[in-house]
Ligand binder design. Sequence first.
Ligand code: ASP
Length: 321
Amino acid sequence: MGVVVILGTGGTIAGTGPDPSAPWRYTAAQLSIDQLVSAVPGLAGVPLEARQVAQVDSKDMGWSVWQDLGRALAAELARDEVDGVVVTHGTDTLEETALLLHHLVDVPKPVVLTAAMRPATAVDADGPGNLRDAVGLVRAAAAQGRHGVVAVLAGRAWAGAEVRKAHSHEVDAFDGGGAPALAETDAQGQWPQAMPVWPAALARGWALLALARPPRVELVCSHADADGWLVDALLAHSRSGSPTERLRGLVVAATGHGTLHQGLEAALGRAEQAGVVVWRSSRTAQGGVLSREGDRWPAAGPVTAAQARVALLLSLLSPVA
Ligand code: ASP
């Protein structure tokens, strides 16, 4: 049996609060990854190693944490004795990190993100069960030859390129944006003996994280009265700032299947003329925006707007053929 490595990055799963029956009053990212692991009795006897990579509330996630996580993942996944890696994370930006890792992981091993909606001190904390399920999934995946990036919460595993936070406060908060779960635990908390093949990670490699700063890509939304004022303000600010801070990309969370308010569309045209790459995603919860003949701007596919921002900045670093 190989080793499962658990990398801690913070989040509510590592959060603590003063009152176990008031789980909404807490501070994220307080407990160490060793403390989290030791609170899960179901992990005794599993060959585990735990490392603290970061300690952040994931609402504050950013490039430098992704660089640290990338370095740690590259090192652990390269070890022959490691079957796979679990990453503990906050729920707020889990979908962005999951999509980033889906693009970058370049070793055919399972990488399983997990999180919690309630802090570790809550009477009904969901973190310990999610962590047990995530470790169990790495072991099941390694035994069945499954690999790729997935996220596990509330007994279900979602593809890293599809997962998203779909509810702001329920414990069962994640879904696949319309795509089904890859697997579910049974009543005993076991993963299926024969899981479907997971979507393979895109193996674009960790070198994409090398720059000290990523290209600046911002997110705007189409909505009633969206007349492009915000886009023009971004362009004016970008022109007056330093060349390294220049706006390089804009993802628009469009209405429906990628439609735009005409005022915003005109401003996005001005952005494009100024050299900004424009991609369309959707502000709807499911489906995203698929490419259609005659599209003025590329469609980001089924991912969320926040995930599309990550995909666009990676594509500015290294265009996909
Ligand atoms: N703000 C927290 C975080 O994303 C929320 C959570 O983990 O549920 O780190």
